[in-house]
Design a protein. Structure first.
Length: 202
């Protein structure tokens, strides 16, 4: 597939990932640099609740994406992404090994407004795995993520025979938590679309 084969999504995120584990480091003298505010809501917890909640919170992402087309102008789009975050470490709290960083399953529906080569839209969803690179005690949380899902595009192109495709993605980014409920986030993502050779061209 030529369309979006090398799609790069640059995302400045207004994101909220619920922080259930308390963070001990919030430097007051550091001003985070970001493009948009990460607003996050905290799930209600019951006093004395025996079983921890797996749901951590919701992230709202927005940004810019583009890809090269062989027979038309470059493909430009504005994505709007919502991530529902689930803490995988809380699925079995009796495990002897404890992973210190973020370890999340994300359910990610998304919608994109395509600006060129023609005005169109994308809609789809991805299941993603996100893992942090530092302990959750740090206010600065770099991470990597991979995902797999599906996408429907109203854009028709000579390079792609189908409008319904599989969507694989990989990315890296960082959260900077201002407190336990608010974070700035920056993310850079790569995606690849394919119809699994159901129809040519792919």
């Amino acid at each position: 597939m030529r369309l979006n084969k090398n799609s790069i999504i640059f995302i400045a995120i207004a994101a909220g990932s619920l922080n259930i584990h308390p963070r001990n480091v919030y430097p007051d003298n550091m001003k985070p640099l970001a493009f948009s505010l990460a607003a996050q809501t905290q799930a209600a917890s019951l006093a004395g609740q025996k079983k921890a909640r797996c749901f951590r919170g919701m992230e709202v992402l927005g940004g810019w994406g583009q890809a090269n087309l062989r027979y038309a102008r470059d493909y430009h789009f504005l994505p709007l992404i919502v991530d529902f975050d689930f803490d995988l470490k809380r699925l079995n709290p009796n495990l002897r090994y404890y992973f210190p960083g973020l370890l999340e399953l994300q359910i990610e529906p998304f919608f994109s407004l395509v600006l060129q080569p023609n005005r169109n839209v994308e809609i789809g969803g991805i299941f993603a795995l996100k893992t942090g690179l530092l302990s959750e005690s740090h206010a600065f949380q770099p991470y990597v993520k991979v995902g797999l899902g599906g996408i429907f595009m109203t854009q028709r192109a000579a390079e792609q025979s189908t409008q319904l495709n599989f969507c694989e993605s990989a990315g890296a980014g960082a959260h900077y938590f201002l407190d336990k409920k608010t974070a700035f986030t920056f993310e850079l993502r790569y995606r690849h679309l394919s119809n699994a050779n159901i129809k040519k061209p792919n």
